[in-house]
Design a protein around this ligand. Structure first.
Ligand SMILES: NC(=O)c1ccc[n+]([C@@H]2O[C@H](COP(=O)([O-])OP(=O)(O)OC[C@H]3O[C@@H](n4cnc5c(N)ncnc54)[C@H](OP(=O)(O)O)[C@@H]3O)[C@@H](O)[C@H]2O)c1
Length: 425
């Protein structure tokens, strides 16, 4: 067993070393950008890591844009740092250029995402980089946005700037997993979160669920809300808990609250309906919802979104996610309950999971587990996840996992954690 773990460790270390080397050929569309083997030096790694750290500061503030960080280095020292701080604000490159302590001409820019070359809310960063006289640009990952997709690098090279790509590419891709999915599939990244007891219940048999997890877990879960553009719950949770579903963490954005309620049956005096003037709220329903009730809820400030029904008469959850993507929502935080969770899990529509496990046992054969529905008949049919980490969180444990198709992201988390453990030692 120990030998196996050591072997796994050495594979991980090898992969980590490999990740530091940009292996020549990078394909994007029909272009081939590099055919050389680039070895990064310690300075490159230090500044790109710094840029990744800066990019992360945009978490929850830039959606549906990517998180991007940039560092400008001249004569061996960083003369500017920048990041995309807020949706619609300066991009990381121009944020860094505008904060230069000295003339950036001849400097190297480390940037976590390929500079854009098109007009959006901001003018193209490629022009700003060329005008500033930057001599070299190191890019962690190419931009999957079809409007850029390698063209940014090409434009910089055509103007005589040396461009190298691929340093910490995996980490940059992990950081922008929401953006990558949204820009390529036009569908939101789906993260499921729930709190359960050690005997696998999300509520007591009576329906009471206040509270399953401890204070620290609840604080973290509330802060997580602000990282997403939407929070999705089922009607049953609104009926049982009468929640507000807002983010109460200072400085974070309020996500849209989305309720799956086929027949529009949530009461107009529910906390959700009463606060719909203050917080964006979307009621997803089917054609079975009575039009007079929909009108009442609209008057409360709720936006209504009609979705096709699935064969069981409930909302077709796949179609709902598609519609949310079309409405510009790049990420959805699913907060249950059991029936809604199962609809999503059984179709393998959740990409990422945060599972809080509280050291409590409550029993009750009718107390709900995190995923209801009919379940599967054979273990072989289980939906497969890959665990990224399990860490203590106050009195609880927090398990972080990914759908098997995103196992590579779980591997990155594991490697990062191993690295952090080594650094602590
Ligand atoms: N511990 C936790 O983390 C946590 C989190 C959330 C909730 N909870 C607890 O979970 C319980 C509520 O769970 P629940 O399973 O009864 O309710 P739920 O999953 O919140 O809501 C289920 C209802 O949503 C509607 N719905 C619409 N489209 C659906 C779809 N595609 N799939 C599934 N449902 C759809 C259905 O009603 P219509 O057919 O009328 O549309 C369905 O009955 C409460 O006790 C709550 O406290 C615990």
């Amino acid at each position: 067993m120990e030998e196996k773990m050591q072997q796994a460790g050495s594979v991980d270390r090898q992969q980590h070393a490999d990740a530091d080397i940009a292996l020549g050929t990078l394909y994007q569309g029909n272009f081939i950008f590099m055919n050389i083997l680039t070895m990064w030096n310690e300075e490159d790694k230090k500044y790109m890591e710094m840029a990744l750290g800066l990019a992360e500061r945009g978490l929850g503030h830039v959606n549906p844009n990517p998180m991007v960080g940039a560092v400008i280095v001249k004569d061996g020292k960083a003369i500017a740092r920048g990041w995309h701080r807020k949706y619609g604000a300066l991009h990381a490159e121009t944020d860094a250029l505008s904060s230069c302590k000295e003339n950036p001409s001849g400097a190297t820019m480390y940037v976590t995402l390929e500079p854009c070359c098109h007009f959006g809310k901001q003018p193209p960063c490629t022009s700003a980089i060329i005008e500033a006289g930057i001599a070299k640009v190191a890019v962690a990952m190419l931009d999957p946005n079809p409007l850029v997709a390698g063209r940014g690098v090409e434009i910089l090279r055509e103007s005589g700037i040396e461009v190298v790509t691929g340093l910490f590419e995996e980490r940059a891709r992990y950081l922008n997993r929401v953006f990558i999915k949204f820009i390529t599939e036009h569908r939101p990244w789906v993260t499921m979160k729930y709190a359960m007891t050690m005997d696998g219940r999300i509520a007591a048999a009576s329906g009471d669920s206040k509270w399953v997890s401890g204070e620290e877990s609840r604080r973290l879960a509330n802060e997580m809300r602000g990282r997403y553009m939407g929070i999705l719950v089922g009607k049953g949770t609104v009926m049982a808990d009468n929640p507000m579903l807002n983010c109460r963490t200072d400085g974070m954005r309020q996500p849209a609250r989305i309720i799956a309620d086929s027949k529009a049956s949530i009461p107009e005096d529910s906390a959700i309906a009463l606060s719909a003037g203050e917080y964006q709220t979307i009621l997803a329903h089917t054609c079975a919802a009575p039009s007079d009730k929909l009108e009442i809820l609209r008057r409360c400030g709720i936006k209504t979104m009609e979705c096709p029904p699935s064969p069981d008469g409930r909302i077709d959850i796949n179609a709902l996610l598609q519609k949310l993507g079309e409405a510009g929502i790049d990420s959805v935080f699913v907060e249950g309950g059991a029936e809604l969770n199962w609809s999503i899990v059984s179709r393998d529509l959740a990409d990422e999971y945060f599972i809080f496990i509280a050291p409590k046992i409550i029993g009750g054969s009718t107390a709900k587990g995190p995923a209801g529905g009919r379940g599967i008949a054979r273990m072989n049919d289980a939906v497969q996840l890959k665990t990224a980490s399990a860490i203590p969180c106050g009195t609880d444990w927090l398990v972080h996992a990914f759908a098997a198709r995103y196992g590579a992201y779980a591997d990155i988390c594991r490697r990062e954690e191993m690295q952090a453990c080594k650094e602590i030692k």
